[in-house]
Design a protein around this ligand. Structure first.
Ligand code: IPE
Ligand code: IPE
Ligand code: MG
Length: 249
């Protein structure tokens, strides 16, 4: 039975959902088409999930769009993905504004092709005053890259005498990641049946609930998104405690 929005408890919504959009290539293959066809069809799922998150009142949605490891793919696929990014951002900006969605990004975006970088910055600029959902695109992102940068940054601060090594704590590390202004995701969804993290938000998902579905990303619809949230809402998040302690807080 398809999951229905009415089964979602609006008082128990995650504030941040992170998604690993996976399975575009296999979806295309299943349809006897080149991989790029899968990426093109994945855009519809991005639209659906962003809209669903905005409608529900979810505050943050992070989508893994391109990992640092994805540079190892065939050049033609990388070019198609980067082109699709430009096209999609340009086409969707007005819809983002209609839905009060603010676009931001994490990752080493300055290394994107100039055209993609420019389109991204334009999208960010044009949606910066929106106050609803924050849509975070992880682009040329990897968690180890992010953590390495943070360590480097803090090492410089220590060297220059601005902080003491003893000042370094979890809070300071979080505050120096790309995601400094974003709460940790309560829920991480990965599509396509793969059950791995692929260098995504390693620090931030320390206590996230993980949800894996066999659905390929281009087939992922609002109802699949609701299903993941309902599944999340039926879990008990214990944070190291035992069940009996939880009601007492
Ligand atoms: C996810 O789908 C999209 C990106 C990584 C950009 P894939 O392209 O990884 O699809 P599969 O995993 O090969 O099916
Ligand atoms: C993870 O998917 C990256 C994105 C979704 C952008 P991949 O398909 O690249 O992951 P692996 O390499 O199979 O783990
Ligand atoms: Mg994949």
């Amino acid at each position: 039975m398809a999951a229905d929005i009415s089964n979602i408890d609006k008082n128990k919504l995650p504030s941040h959902i992170a998604v690993i959009m996976d399975g575009n290539g296999r979806w295309a293959k299943m349809h006897g088409k080149p991989r790029v066809f899968g990426h093109k069809n994945g855009v519809k799922s991005v639209r659906e999930v962003s809209e669903a998150a905005a409608e529900l009142g979810i505050k943050y949605l992070t989508l893994y769009a391109f990992s640092t490891e994805n540079w190892s793919r065939p050049a033609i696929e990388i070019a198609a993905l980067m082109g699709l990014l430009v096209e999609t951002i340009r086409k969707e900006v007005s819809t983002l504004n209609e839905n009060n969605i603010k676009l931001i990004s994490i990752g080493d975006i300055s290394k994107l092709p100039a055209k993609s970088y420019k389109a991204l910055l334009e999208g960010i600029e044009k949606t910066k005053n929106n106050t609803g959902l924050t849509l975070i695109l992880a682009l040329n992102y990897s968690s180890r890259w992010e953590i390495t940068n943070t360590v480097k940054k803090l090492a410089h601060e220590v060297k220059e005498g601005r902080i003491d090594p003893e000042d370094i704590n979890e809070h300071l590390i979080s505050a120096n990641l790309n995601t400094a202004t974003i709460p940790d995701p309560e829920l991480l969804i990965r599509t396509s049946g793969e059950q791995r993290i692929s260098n995504y938000l390693l620090w931030q998902i320390a206590y996230s609930e993980l949800y894996f579905t066999n659905v390929y990303w281009p087939d992922f619809r609002k109802t699949h998104f609701y299903e993941a949230i309902i599944n999340f809402q039926n879990r008990e998040r214990r944070f190291g405690k035992i069940s009996e302690q939880l009601s007492k807080g």
